[in-house]
Design a protein around this ligand. Structure first.
Ligand code: GTP
Ligand code: MG
Length: 195
């Protein structure tokens, strides 16, 4: 994918604020701190378009980014962040759920999991949700630069087993530092918007 231009569109907390029009959208879901915002920057060859933080809970709204005036990437707030109140957690969960269930523009949800860790019950819930609504899951295993080549295969196997993936799903090891996995993920994104 050649990025001719990209820009921040809008932050939304409810459906009335989503952008108008019918451009295809690709959303990125996953636990807080897993690397969703970094992944979007990496896909767009940008360092600071999307705000990133080493503290979990950075992205608290649904953020829409326009790409080449033809596609919109959607950065979702992370789930599973322990240090917020129960009320706040519920608010985020319903914000994410409303978007994922209602949004007709949504073509694909990319699920991010940390390649170093076994997926959590929240990850499994998100995986099941994606399978239920979409049939196929595109999973990105983030922070691939943090483990050795030898560990990649072993960890991917654990992730697959824990989520219970099937042969229709795809799992892509990715590093937003080295950008490895980028071509493969763009191929998936382009394929899903052409369907
Ligand atoms: P929330 O907005 O809190 O949900 O987090 P997020 O999923 O958007 O994570 P974010 O992109 O802000 O990244 C969290 C931290 O992980 C930051 O310190 C990033 O620099 C780091 N990080 C993200 N991706 C990678 C990666 O591929 N490799 C390495 N080494 N660090 C990464
Ligand atoms: Mg974020």
């Amino acid at each position: 994918m050649i990025i001719k231009d990209c820009r921040f569109l809008i932050s939304a907390v409810s459906s009335s604020q989503y952008p108008e029009g019918n451009l295809p959208e690709i959303a990125f879901a996953g636990r807080s701190n897993v690397g969703k915002s970094s992944l979007i920057n990496s896909l767009l060859n940008r360092k600071k378009l999307v705000k990133v933080s080493s503290n979990p809970g950075k992205t608290r709204t649904i953020n829409f980014f326009m790409i080449n005036e033809e596609l919109v990437l959607v950065d979702l707030p992370g789930y599973g962040y322990a240090a917020v109140s129960k009320a706040e957690k519920l608010k985020w969960a319903s914000m994410i759920e409303e978007y994922l269930i209602k949004r007709e523009n949504l073509k694909s949800v990319v699920l991010l999991v940390d390649i170093r860790h076994k997926p959590t019950s929240d990850d499994k819930m998100m995986y099941d949700f994606i399978k239920h609504y979409r049939g196929r899951a595109v999973i990105v295993a983030t922070k691939r630069d943090k483990i050795s080549n030898n560990a990649v295969f072993k960890n991917i196997k654990i992730i697959k087993e824990t989520l219970g993936t099937d042969e229709r799903d795809i799992i892509i090891p990715y590093s937003s530092e080295t950008h490895s996995g980028k071509e493969e993920l763009w191929e998936e994104i382009v394929r899903s918007i052409q369907q």
